[in-house]
Design a protein around this ligand. Structure first.
Ligand code: NOJ
Length: 886
């Protein structure tokens, strides 16, 4: 008999054309994966539509911001400001002043005449990089594992508040590229999940959270940045690889839209005020000067109203990049750090004066930057920048790299508030319970002797911040390495937290924190009532090599002898619990099936409260409810994608031949059974699913956007006489600093650098400021608003059938039913608390976007005439409820 249950009705979780363009095929150069329709032309791919040397078609002019959607007021305010600016002041907004010359990782010029201080751009996606008295939050991959929108937003708001408190204007995060095409990808942990819907939701909520504090989010890296190897020529040659250009991510048009662009659409719709373009090339055109991805996709189709900033040294040209959609260059230097010249700065002034960059375009660049400031109320309470990225000393050089005057450079403002509580909570809420034989967990703390094993449980004896940008793997893995790091204010290790827990119960506790001390481990494990083995796997950014891993991981096994330690302990103790800290999947098949390993927990990259968070789960104060944000396969080959570790050409070609089939989509397609599937996670209670209802709603028919923009507006006049743009008299220059003024009235020499006089090439249409057609799939930030019309409401009942309160993440998957579509794709989820013997209604509004496919031919979304299924359950492989979408 079913228990009597109390049902709480949830607000329905919004998760994405009523026409069938059965002729989807090719449209010019963008390549179609399917090529199935009668009008298909061009490349014919048997499996997936991508190939080496695929080209990005030119798309000009660069769309001008018009104040679409909620941006109208911000554009009005920006107009009043930008209309007052001189040409040089506009150029100053667009150009970094140079590497390590000012306080922030990136800093623009200022506008002293209007008391507008420089814009400060600062890493990172887990906190504030390169300062002190800041918090270190759990990484993006942990946020994804919570499947909890509210926590994503709360974390964003807390990070935004900390950045605001230090005087930062633009936080360089969150991350949706890499998405996670390969499990070894070095920076996957900075982002969320290889599932675009889960990433899109967490990305959007993080952006809203950050921007709620008056700080612009620079959502990054746009786009196709899926591996560290060969992302930049300079890094590559440093490691002995001879490449001539950054790698090229080659992908077809459907894969772009249905996978990699998807979360960015969510980010733009959420109001992202800044987007950072990436280091790689996309279809053999540099991402930061790729008119197809910046002009056509981002500013055209997605209606992005903010600014595009280059990744650091990711700008490869001046005029070409500006015409292709780049609005700000960072850190301002040209091809190498601390070069004496810039592609922007004075070169941009020259380009505007000689007409190669139209005046409407420089106005648009300034407008996009300033509109973002007004849009997020970035001008509100704009305090001083009170820290210095290059030194933690209180006093130091004002312009670090070149020295000069010494002054106060750090106020050491403590911006942490009570964020430690949120961080601890997030750490526990993101811990995934993968195995729990006979209710091994939770522990009581009264076990007579608890033993903890592994370097990953202890501290780095040289201190938590010993290695620059966390570029080592010593002690517990609270954070991975690279620019996505921050300095720990403290790091609670599992060793210390678990010891405190046990001492409070009067129990005995011992730990062996040396992975190589196998004899000691054997002796201790034999005596222990419960053995907890901590093992990890780290990764990071390409500019730091850790244990011969060049950012991307070389394998999916545990680091530092973790597997051997685990084997040793588990051979001695029949109550061995494995706790994993890792940036992504680790191979667990052997351990999942090991009779003495009674429980497995994945704790990800949890930040400063690591030990407290894991103790909360181990000792049952938190009932785990997180789910795997990726698949744990039985072997790395099972993923079907991998890093290109050795260049295949002088311009490494990364052919995304798998199309949409990454992570669980690939496992489904090839019918490969993983060890633990995407979306899987146990609880200390159990849940059942019943009563699936699908209601078709009366949404109006999809209408492609149409019409034209207004002609490009211009906001001021300037003298075209070079003499009016020379350096002010008696101006004292800081060495290596990038200024907007000219050295000479001879425009071929006026910028004073090596780049003058190069033969110019202006792509057709690039200077055209006349009204332009609005893309069918565009018309508003994020894309055609009708994509978010709700077509169906899906409801199901989830019941807590166990004896303790718990949290479940019911998941909704859809099969779009086309011959080349994935078996199923996540389209909705909600994290819900449920009391024992109680039920909740899980409710998802299925949008038009959720069941649409991209038509390469129409360059628009459409609903295929196919049988579509909806599935509901607790993971991607446990979906007890299903129905046809009527
Ligand atoms: C390069 C990284 O790719 C990017 O994520 C970061 O924001 C910049 N460096 C600035 O540190």
């Amino acid at each position: 008999m079913r228990p009597t249950i109390a049902t709480a009705l949830l607000t329905c979780a919004g998760s994405a054309l009523a026409q069938d363009f059965s002729h989807d095929g090719n449209y010019g150069a963008p390549v179609s994966r399917k090529n199935s329709g009668p009008m298909a032309t061009g490349f014919i791919m048997s499996d997936a539509g991508t190939k080496s040397h695929q080209a990005s078609p030119p798309k000009y002019p660069s769309p001008w911001g018009e104040g679409l959607g909620e941006w109208a007021q911000a554009y009005q305010q920006a107009k009043s400001f930008v209309s007052q600016l001189t040409l040089e002041e506009k150029v100053n907004l667009t150009t970094g002043t140079g590497w390590e010359l000012e306080s922030c990782v990136g800093q623009t010029g200022s506008i002293p005449r209007l008391a507008f201080r420089a814009l400060c751009l600062q890493d990172s996606p887990v906190g504030i990089r390169d300062t002190d008295f800041n918090s270190v939050f759990p990484a993006g991959v942990n946020v994804a594992a919570t499947f909890d929108r509210k926590l994503a937003k709360a974390r964003g708001a807390a990070m935004g508040a900390e950045h605001k408190g230090k005087g930062v204007d633009v936080q360089l995060g969150p991350v949706a590229g890499p998405l996670g095409r390969t499990p070894e990808g070095g920076r996957n942990w900075e982002g969320f999940s290889p599932d675009p819907v889960l990433t899109g939701v967490m990305f959007a909520e993080s952006i809203k959270g950050i921007q709620s504090q008056g700080v612009l989010a620079s959502a990054k890296h746009f786009i196709g940045y899926e591996q560290e190897h060969f992302r930049l020529v300079s890094d590559s040659t440093g490691y002995g690889f001879n490449i001539s250009e950054p790698n090229s991510a080659n992908m077809d048009d459907e894969t772009m839209h249905e996978l990699y662009l998807w979360p960015f659409a969510d980010g733009v719709r959420a109001g992202a005020a800044s987007i950072m373009c990436s280091y790689n090339q996309v279809n053999n055109s540099q991402a930061c000067q790729n008119s197809y991805v910046l002009n056509y996709l981002l500013k055209g189709e997605l209606g992005f109203q903010g600014h595009v900033v280059s990744d650091w040294i990711g700008t490869h040209s001046g005029v070409a990049s500006v015409l292709a959609g780049l609005d700000m260059t960072m850190p301002g230097d040209s091809a190498v750090y601390n070069s004496d010249d810039s592609y922007f700065g004075a070169n941009l002034t020259v380009a505007v004066l000689n007409g190669t960059v139209p005046s409407w375009r420089i106005d648009d660049m300034a407008m996009r930057i300033m509109a973002g400031m007004y849009f997020v109320e970035g001008n509100r309470n704009r305090g001083d920048i009170n820290f210095n990225s290059w030194s933690l000393d209180t006093y130091g050089y004002e312009h670090f790299y070149v020295g000069g005057a010494i002054g106060k450079i750090n106020d050491h403002v403590d911006v942490r508030g009570d964020h430690g509580t949120l961080i601890r909570h997030l750490g526990a809420q993101s811990t995934v319970l993968l195995k729990n034989i006979d209710n091994t967990l939770p522990l009581t703390g009264k076990e007579k002797l608890t033993a903890v094993f592994g370097e990953d449980a202890g501290s780095n004896i040289d201190g938590p911040n010993d290695c620059s940008d966390r570029g080592c793997n010593n002690g517990t893995l609270g954070m991975a390495w690279g620019s996505g790091s921050a300095n720990f204010p403290y790091l609670v290790t599992p060793d210390s937290a678990i010891q405190s827990e046990l001492l409070s119960h009067g129990s005995a506790y011992e730990s062996v924190l040396n992975n190589g001390a196998l004899d000691s481990a054997t002796t201790l494990a034999r005596r222990a009532n419960v053995s907890l083995v901590f093992a990890n796997s780290d990764s990071g950014e390409w500019y730091i090599e850790v244990g011969s891993n060049l950012g991307d991981r070389n394998n999916l096994t545990f680091w530092g002898g973790g597997d051997e330690l685990l084997d040793t302990v588990a051979s001695q103790c029949n109550n061995t619990i494995l706790v994993i800290h890792s940036t992504g999947p680790v191979l667990l098949e052997k351990w999942a099936n090991h009779g003495n390993i009674t429980a497995i927990l994945w704790a990800g990259v949890p930040g400063q409260e690591s030990g407290n968070s894991i103790a909360d789960v181990l000792y049952g104060r938190v009932n785990p409810g997180a789910k795997l944000p990726f698949t744990v396969g039985k072997s790395r080959q099972d993923y079907g994608t991998d890093i290109l570790y050795t260049p295949n050409e002088s311009v490494p070609q990364l052919n995304f031949k798998e199309g949409l089939f990454i992570d669980y989509r690939s496992f489904d397609k090839h019918n490969t059974t993983p060890t633990f599937e995407f979306g899987f996670g146990l609880s200390y209670t159990t849940f059942s699913y019943s009563d699936l209802h699908v209601t078709k709603l009366n949404a109006s028919e999809y209408v492609p956007s149409s019409g034209h923009t207004n002609p490009a507006p211009t906001y001021s006049n300037y003298s075209t006489d070079p003499a009016d743009h020379l350096y002010p008299s008696n101006f004292s220059r800081i060495p290596l600093y990038h200024y907007p003024w000219l050295n000479s009235t001879n425009l071929t020499q006026a910028s004073g650098d090596q780049h003058y006089g190069l033969p110019g090439f202006i792509p057709e249409g690039a200077q055209d400021g006349s009204a332009q057609p609005i893309p069918k799939a565009g018309g508003a930030p994020g894309g055609n608003p009708m994509l978010w019309d709700v077509l169906y409401r899906v409801e199901a009942t989830v019941t807590n059938t166990g004896s303790v309160a718990g949290e479940e993440v019911p998941q909704l998957y859809i099969s779009r039913g086309g011959p080349h579509d994935p078996v199923k794709e996540l389209r909705g989820f909600e994290r819900v608390p449920i009391q024992p013997n109680s039920s909740v209604t899980f409710c998802v509004d299925v949008t038009r976007r959720d069941i649409s496919s991209w038509s390469t031919f129409e360059q628009d979304w459409y609903v295929r005439n196919s049988t579509k299924m909806v599935y509901v359950g607790s993971s991607s492989m446990n979906l007890p409820l299903s129905a046809v979408l009527p």
